[in-house]
Design a protein around this ligand. Structure first.
Ligand SMILES: C[S@@+](CC[C@H](N)C(=O)[O-])C[C@H]1O[C@@H](n2cnc3c(N)ncnc32)[C@H](O)[C@@H]1O
Length: 281
């Protein structure tokens, strides 16, 4: 049976609520085998020196698949918007780069994630960051006010990506830049597309690179392209699924799904850095 957009967002939000409440410093379902602190975020593209400066909780509760701030060339005084900010790792990295004259806004639908982000912002001592509860399909952000849009492994989770792309374009100021790390996927089998756990794990909702770029162009953005691409091999897929896969409590369900999915997904899933610009100066 087709799931409605509201059902999808509710299930995704529940998965990330479980993840942040699990207290084991890992993804939505890996409490059985807690990941080593920082291993997934480091392979996602963060440098050890960047992570050392952050509150440990922000690092341990990072669920991204890239480092959108690394290539963003954020400048002092700019306003940055992070779609699906989670526990706040990229908010903190952006806050450092834009400085006290700049501003960082994080949007997320999951209250528990926002609570954690608020605590991490306070622990890091930044006063130029705020988080807002809302959907990325209906951004609680004024039109034309954002200089740089970043996001880390979130748009794939949206049931209405054209709406997200339109909202991004609306929020961007003339000349604003886009730097999104996300997963894309080609030719996924139907059983993968229909699996709710694989959806929350950032796989089943991922669209092709072409569909992603066309979506952004249709929303009116220019200079849309891919700056980095990492096609996941089986080891990277096991790492991703092992840290993100939701444990629904069914005996052996997670391990079975992990094995089945990793073997059919090899070469079909990639982490990409998507770039774009809004016309104007
Ligand atoms: C994979 S996690 C990534 C979190 C963060 N960007 C990071 O790198 O750690 C996905 C986050 O996006 C949020 N999210 C997913 N779909 C969303 C939507 N439609 N609107 C707002 N937030 C959403 C979830 O609540 C979760 O915090």
């Amino acid at each position: 049976m087709e799931r409605s957009s509201d059902d999808i967002r509710r299930q995704v939000s529940e998965a990330y609520t479980r993840a942040i409440n699990s207290g084991c410093g890992c993804g939505p379902g890996c409490c059985g085998e807690p990941r080593q602190k920082g291993t997934v975020v480091q392979s996602a593209g963060y440098e050890a020196s960047q992570l050392e400066a952050l509150p440990a909780d922000a690092v341990e509760n990072s669920f991204g698949c890239g480092n959108p701030t690394a290539f963003s060339e954020l400048r002092p005084g700019e306003t940055v918007l992070d779609l699906g900010c989670g526990a706040g790792i990229d908010l903190l990295l952006a806050a450092e780069k834009v400085g006290p004259e700049g501003r960082v806004i994080g949007v997320d639908m999951t209250e528990e994630m926002l609570d954690r982000a608020r605590r991490n912002i306070a622990a890091a001592g930044y006063e130029n960051v705020e988080v807002r509860q809302g959907y990325i399909e209906d951004l609680p952000v004024e039109t034309g006010t954002v200089d740089v849009v970043i996001s880390n492994c979130v748009v794939n989770l949206s049931p209405d990506k054209p709406r997200v792309f339109a909202e991004i374009a609306r929020a961007m100021a003339p000349g604003a830049r886009l730097r999104i790390s996300d997963l894309v996927a080609e030719d996924l089998p139907d059983w993968v597309r229909e699996d709710a756990d694989l959806y929350s794990s950032c796989i089943a909702g991922a669209v092709s690179e072409q569909e992603y770029l066309e979506g952004l162009r249709s929303a009116g953005l220019d200079e849309v392209g891919i700056d980095e691409r990492l096609v996941y091999d089986i080891v990277q897929l096991r790492e991703l699924l092992g840290s993100e896969l939701v444990d629904d409590g069914e005996n052996g369900h997670r391990d079975d799904l992990l094995q089945r999915a990793a073997s059919v997904l090899e070469g079909k899933v990639a982490s990409v850095l998507v770039t774009g610009r809004k016309a104007g100066s």
